[in-house]
Write a protein that binds this ligand. Structure first.
Ligand SMILES: Cc1cn([C@H]2C[C@H](O)[C@@H](COP(=O)(O)OP(=O)(O)OP(=O)(O)O)O2)c(=O)[nH]c1=O
Length: 205
């Protein structure tokens, strides 16, 4: 079994490696197009676009991937607060505004995941999402500025990384921590398990 991660995110690569998978990395260059408006649909739509883009442009007709079963994994993460969808902030000002809105409240983090590939000659296309609730303590303006000025916000949905310095403001979470970081690895394993014969899921441990 060959796995391909359709992502440039170092966090997703780390999580998949930690879980014992070996895989190639082929980031998707697809121009993401949102046509849905509820968060779970948006992340599934974007994960689908990323996985399918890599599968169709780099895998499907590539002889190097024809001799074996292959699954491309695409993922997308967004933050949602009261129906508003927050992706990556455009600049520090937007990052500050996002974090001001999220401070002292509970918001949701959604990650969508798509498997696109071929197993025993049959096409596979499978998508799911996972949701985690995250609650922040109240955060002073000064602390928000310090964090945003560190530059950690810009490549992250909702303008924070739970795995970094912003962890000091996280009061609690309900659900899968890894889902917030960008890949719900336990759900991913169980979804693979639900669509593949057990002997086909090759991982290191
Ligand atoms: C909320 C949160 C998000 N993030 C990250 C995960 C994702 O990398 C990023 C959301 O952007 P995405 O568009 O989901 O992913 P990406 O652009 O980083 O990578 P690719 O499209 O190539 O797969 O935010 C954290 O690292 N920590 C957090 O606490």
């Amino acid at each position: 079994m060959k796995y391909v991660l359709a992502s440039a995110s170092p966090r997703r690569q780390e999580l998949l490696t930690q879980a014992g998978f070996s895989f190639d990395v082929i980031p998707s260059a697809v121009k993401e197009k949102i046509t849905k408006d509820i968060p779970s649909d948006v992340v599934m739509e974007l994960a689908h676009q990323k996985a399918l883009d890599v599968y169709e442009s780099r895998i499907k007709d590539n002889p190097a991937y024809q001799t074996e079963d292959c699954i491309v994994i695409g993922a997308d993460t967004i933050v949602s607060y009261r129906g508003e969808i927050l992706g990556k902030p455009a600049d520090n000002e937007e990052a500050f505004d996002m974090l001001s809105m999220l401070a002292d409240r509970t918001h949701q983090v959604y990650t969508g995941v798509t498997f696109a590939g071929h197993i025993s000659g049959k096409q596979i296309l499978h998508t799911f999402y996972e949701k985690t609730d995250v609650t922040f303590y109240p955060v002073t303006k000064e602390d928000l500025h310090t964090y945003v000025d560190s530059g950690d916000s810009l490549d992250k949905a909702g303008a924070y990384g739970i795995q970094g310095a912003f962890a000091i403001h996280v009061k609690g979470i309900e659900g899968d921590y890894n889902n917030v970081v960008g890949l719900p690895i336990a759900r991913l394993y169980h979804e693979l398990d639900s669509i593949l014969p057990k002997e086909k899921i090759h991982y290191a441990f």
